[in-house]
Write a protein that binds this ligand. Structure first.
Ligand code: GTP
Ligand code: K
Ligand code: MG
Length: 444
């Protein structure tokens, strides 16, 4: 049961530091800390104290802070013991907490308790982890906005709207003899249309928030010798992949995380696609195709002198990838046309020509060029997927309503409503919670 025992952990990062914090939460937090400090603690006061062992010998000295339930991070009694940031000393202070009846906290357990006690919803709790892990200032600001409830409020507003529409449909079911039009059918239909518009807008923003958090998963594909590995090296700014004039050089997948103008890209170099090849090369192609199945973006590299043959070679493999960027390489050898299509760039991985234009296209494809990016919130795949499922249910409900299938429409709306509830954790299966909080760091 949450909240019945007292948990403790070192809350500061591993390693030596100026200050280190041991954090306690639970009903015995105050008593344990008062024993260690040898003094009474008042809520929201700064106490200077000596932290002592069971023989009364000083382990460290520092500051004790006590937050009385429910006005604390977890909603329980919380104490922070701030001492010197020595791993050895922190371990001793933590051991003392455990000897006095606390147990060691699991990863994310403080935040899990905050969630279970209603201090944070699930989106906000996940935003705590995202804020801690943010790779740059923009991702941190986006996580901060989710933590402040910007995303949750949008989801809640949509859930409220769906709930009102559900009530309306359920009421209409009770008067099934009358035509829907006499039962406010127009208002219902326009309410559903508005809900879908709101959901579509939220999906676009959430998808952008997900890219801010996760970066873009881009797979480099193309025929052998087109210059895929050369392009990876050019984007990474180092000789990560082996380049040679032998077709079939790359066999295994090679991953590299690069930052292009503030966009985090996971680039995956792959084996060239062609008919035939030996068993190892064919396994490489199979891996390339599997990787494409998870890609946000296919960066299709073709030799600029063999564009048509190249397009034909990759057509099947990239058919289901959501976005493509065509890179016609070796512009130093080929005659590039004066104008290229929107998602086409001519480059030379060898001379570096055209790489600026390629960067610009990658930024645009990451969705980070649009207005308002600086006001966006962070999101996770889990949340985006739930929004998509909610959208499917909403679309289904509208179609069912048009065919006067009120009961089925009501059921679709209920399912859509549940999906929104799962985002913020108002409807949350236990295994989902376990999965989410186990990925947190200890002490948070
Ligand atoms: N002239 C010129 N040569 C290039 C350019 N890019 C790559 N090459 C050459 O093309 C050959 C193949 O390059 P790779 O990067 O190994 O090509 P790949 O697509 O990774 O090949 P596989 O891994 O075998 O499928 C090498 O000899 C490169 O030096 C370019 O922009 N211009
Ligand atoms: K090659
Ligand atoms: Mg290669």
């Amino acid at each position: 049961m949450p909240g019945t025992d007292t948990i403790a952990a070192i809350a500061t990062a591993a390693g030596a530091g100026g200050i280190g914090v041991v954090r306690l939460s639970g009903p015995r937090a105050k008593a344990i800390a008062e024993t260690i400090c040898g003094r009474r603690l008042r809520p929201r006061h700064v106490h200077y104290a000596r932290f002592t062992d069971d023989a009364g010998e000083t382990l460290d000295d520092g500051i004790a802070l006590y937050f009385a339930a429910p006005a604390s991070y977890t909603g329980e009694d919380v104490v922070e013991l701030q001492g010197h940031g020595s791993p050895a000393v922190l371990r001793e202070v933590l051991s003392r907490c455990l000897a006095l009846g606390a147990r060691i906290a699991r990863p994310g357990e403080f935040s899990e308790r905050a969630f279970l006690n209603g201090k944070l919803d699930l989106v906000q709790a996940e935003a705590v982890a995202d804020l801690i892990a943010a790779g740059d200032a923009r991702a941190a600001r986006a996580a901060r906005r989710s933590l402040d409830g910007v995303f949750s409020r949008r989801v809640d507003a949509l859930a409220d709207l769906l709930l009102r529409l559900r009530v309306h449909v359920e009421a209409a079911i009770d008067f099934a003899d009358e035509p829907l039009d006499t039962l406010g059918g127009d208002a219902l239909r326009s309410g559903l249309a508005r809900a879908q518009d709101d959901l579509d807008a939220l999906l676009v923003e959430a998808e952008r928030g997900r890219k801010l958090r996760d970066g873009l998963h881009a797979v480099i594909v193309g025929p052998p010798n087109a210059g895929k590995s050369s392009l990876l090296n050019a984007l990474a700014g180092s000789e990560r992949a082996i380049v040679s004039d032998v077709a079939g050089t790359t066999r295994d997948l090679l991953r590299e995380t690069v930052r292009v103008d503030g966009v985090e890209l996971t680039l995956v170099d792959t084996a060239g696609l062609r008919a035939g090849g030996d068993a190892i090369e064919r396994e490489g192609m199979r891996r390339a195709e599997a990787e494409l199945g998870r890609a946000d973006l296919a960066i299709v590299v073709l030799d600029g002198r063999e564009v048509e043959a190249g397009r034909a070679a990759v057509a099947e493999a990239i058919a289901d990838v959501p976005q493509r960027l065509w890179v016609f390489n070796k512009s130093d050898l080929a005659a590039a046309p004066a104008a290229a299509g929107e998602n086409e760039v001519w480059v030379s991985a060898r001379t570096g020509a055209g790489l600026d234009a390629l960067h610009a296209r990658l930024r645009a494809l990451a969705g980070l060029e649009a207005d308002g990016v600086d006001g966006s919130f962070s999101a996770r795949t889990r949340q985006v997927d739930a929004l998509r499922r909610a959208r499917q249910e909403l679309v289904a409900a509208r179609q069912l309503l048009d065919r006067d299938r009120l009961e089925l429409a009501a059921e679709s709306l209920r399912l859509g409503h549940d999906q929104l509830g799962e985002i913020t954790g108002r409807v949350a299966p236990d295994d989902l919670l376990g999965h989410i909080f186990s990925t947190f760091c200890i002490g948070k």
